[in-house]
Design a protein around this ligand. Structure first.
Ligand code: PEP
Length: 251
């Protein structure tokens, strides 16, 4: 892989009016360092082009938070992966739990979106994770294995697909799993990727769910954690950059 192993990705969700988004992007671009973790920000659709302009040649990649599976057509309100590529995106998040819940996206939908991203030359970040009820019922490993099996395209490689483990109950709640729980799920995802893909050992597996500056070092040090997907804390440049600074130097 040509990019650094560790990826620190910010999911701004539905936050960032034009002026806020460009200021935040400016602050991230200003503090971003080359040679460390790869940095990525994923703002809402309407500000992508403006944020791209702000990032200019800064070492910060641009991503979107969703895409449609088709190239074009009668899909009111949707955005094709090719359109995202046109405005400078190189990544797109697919299957975030908020989309799986709010838009009833299935693993099949997520896989089709990931395939569309690959078709357009974007790297999909495929999100998986269990609900609290599933964890309490000791179903975590089975649920995540099922999502991995059915959401990741057959043509995935370590260079073109990123996986994000995001326990639903940890997203935006301030709660995080223990490092042992993170290690257990990431090891299972790694084993499943290795069983299915020749380069499964090299896929990047991000952890997401209430990552902040104060817990980043501990979470990013866990085996098979190759970066973080960050919601709330990515809306403050200094917090996002502090997480990036806590990332281990892994190749
Ligand atoms: C997310 O939405 O992907 C996420 C991890 O959110 P937060 O960091 O706010 O928990």
């Amino acid at each position: 892989m040509s990019s650094p192993r560790v990826l620190i990705a910010g999911n701004w969700k539905m936050n960032g009016r034009l002026s806020e988004a460009t200021s935040l992007a400016q602050a991230v671009a200003k503090g971003a360092k080359t040679g460390g973790a790869e940095l990525l920000i994923c703002p809402p659709f309407p500000v992508l082009a403006s944020v791209k302009g702000v990032l200019a040649s800064a070492p910060v990649a641009l991503g979107a938070q969703d895409c449609h599976a088709k190239v074009s057509g009668a899909h009111t309100g949707d955005v094709a992966a090719e359109m995202l590529r046109d405005v400078g995106c190189s990544y797109v998040i697919v299957g975030h739990s908020e989309r799986r819940t709010d838009h009833e996206e299935t693993d099949g939908d997520v896989r089709a979106k990931a395939e569309a991203a690959l078709r357009a030359g974007l790297k999909p970040i495929v999100c998986v994770g269990e609900t609290l009820a599933q964890r309490d019922a000791a179903q975590t490993l089975g649920v995540v294995a099922d999502q991995i099996a059915h959401s990741i395209p057959e043509t995935a490689t370590a260079a073109n697909v990123v996986v994000a483990y995001e326990p639903v109950w940890a997203i935006g709640t301030g709660r995080t799993p223990t490092v042992e729980q993170v290690a257990e799920v990431h090891a299972k995802i790694r084993a499943d990727l290795e069983a299915r893909f020749a380069d499964g050992a090299s896929f990047r597996i991000l952890y997401g769910g209430s990552v902040k500056g104060s817990n980043a070092a501990e979470l990013l040090a866990v085996a098979n954690v190759d970066g973080a997907l960050i919601g709330g804390a990515s809306l403050k440049a200094e917090e996002f950059l502090a997480i990036a600074a806590a990332a281990p130097d892994r190749t």
